[in-house]
Design a protein around this ligand. Structure first.
Ligand SMILES: *Cc1c(COP(=O)(O)O)cnc(C)c1O
Length: 387
């Protein structure tokens, strides 16, 4: 059995092949030479598992793939040059013109754009549904539905879908289930164990964890991975470089430590925010007020560092002043790195040509990194004085 420690420290690392080096080498080579025609032929028969050309497979990238598949408990995994590329490959690889996709209503913004804009041009339809209710998902299924796309929890308000129920429903209707599991990371949720077919990650977030690589991950059965490899990965070619793969392998060494530290930091700050008069509502899947707390606890082992807060203030100016007074949180998108962040909804208001987001301007998404929670709280407390 692959324990977490074995996966992160040993799996896939055949050190005797590279001078017993502890850190795997970056095999910075585009192509690989064959000693004879037999090995040439056998490699071309299975490019996914041999070294022919780095768009297909590369030894450094392969170490990463083995670890990721083991982390999610799937047969194999692919890596891409971004999370968006992994999402696009998973979805496009399972539909054709005339097909229909059912998707939970608040996916990552570019996932939504993939369905609404990109796939629409190729005659693939979609329906966004309230994923918190399996009956709503069931009602949206049509004879031509091929994909059920989940993101549980999402990364703004954290709605969950019942993974076991979704997998069962999809299997009965010959539908492929895909989930974006970035929020939980493999440390806190393994959707394949509930019967989900494809597990995706923006590895840019927790998996790499150091805010210096953009990377996507796709985990699934050998058959599914092989299918997507032969088509979307090889034709669209959004592959990860060996150098970036080595950075992600390094990031993975500390994955459980970082995720647990972020989780503890988020819980410490939530405990302090909870009693504060300027806080109206807290969104966090394991918070006692979370509407789907039982479901979240059933399928997740923890939450991590992301949560959202609605503040009690009557003026947008005060909200802006609050944001500007924060010194120890970087104002930025993304999350999952070492650094604590705020993504304020008010920053998405009054952008020319852009509609207002669904969350109110008093809503802020926090990501707690690896810093001392007390040090972060001092900053938050002084900034809240202006609200
Ligand atoms: C960031 C993110 C993505 C996109 O991943 P990239 O690596 O930025 O392409 C997809 N899903 C979720 C939930 C994300 O947070």
């Amino acid at each position: 059995m692959n324990t977490l420690s074995h996966i992160l420290n040993h799996l896939g690392e055949e050190r005797e092949q590279y001078f017993n080096a502890i850190a795997p080498p970056v095999i910075q080579s585009s192509n690989f030479a064959f000693p004879d025609l037999d090995s040439f032929r056998s490699s071309f028969a299975d490019e996914l598992h041999h070294h022919v050309y780095t768009r297909g497979n590369n030894p450094t990238v392969e170490i990463l793939r083995k670890k990721l598949a083991a982390l999610e408990g799937t047969e194999d995994a692919l890596v891409f040059s971004s999370g968006a590329a992994a999402i696009a490959a998973a979805v496009i690889g399972n539909v054709q013109a005339g097909d229909h996709i059912v998707c939970q209503q608040m996916p990552y913004s570019w996932t939504s754009a993939l369905l609404r804009k990109f796939l629409k041009r190729f005659g693939v339809e979609h329906t966004f549904v309230d994923g918190t209710d399996i009956a709503t998902i069931r009602a949206a299924i049509r004879p031509n539905t091929r994909v059920l796309y989940l993101e549980s929890p999402n990364t703004m308000t954290y709605e969950c879908q019942d993974l076991a129920a979704c997998a069962e429903l999809a299997k009965a209707n010959n539908i492929v289930t895909i989930i974006d599991n970035s929020y939980s990371s493999p440390i806190y949720q393994n959707p394949a164990a509930f019967g989900i077919d494809i597990v995706l990650h923006s590895g840019t977030k927790y998996l790499n964890g150091h805010s210096d690589v953009v990377v996507g991950v796709l985990c699934g059965s050998q058959e599914m991975v092989q299918k997507i490899f032969q088509s979307e990965l090889m034709t669209l070619g959004a592959v990860l470089s060996p150098h970036d793969a080595a950075l992600v392998i390094r990031g993975l060494r500390t994955l459980p430590l970082r995720v647990q530290r972020s989780d503890a930091g988020a819980q410490a700050l939530i405990a302090k925010l909870e009693g504060h008069p300027k806080v109206t509502r807290i969104w966090y899947p394991f918070h006692h007020s979370f509407p789907q707390l039982d479901l979240a606890k059933k399928q997740m082992r923890g939450c991590g560092g992301l949560f959202s807060v609605q503040f009690d203030t009557d003026s947008m100016e005060k909200m802006e002043a609050f944001i500007h007074r924060l010194r120890r949180f970087a104002m930025a998108v993304s999350w999952g790195g070492h650094e604590s962040l705020i993504t304020p909804t008010v920053g998405f208001y009054n952008i020319p040509g852009r509609p207002h987001p669904p969350t109110p301007w008093s809503f802020v998404r926090f990501y707690i990194g690896l810093e001392d929670p007390e040090w972060l709280w001092e900053d938050l407390e002084q900034a809240m004085e202006v609200l």
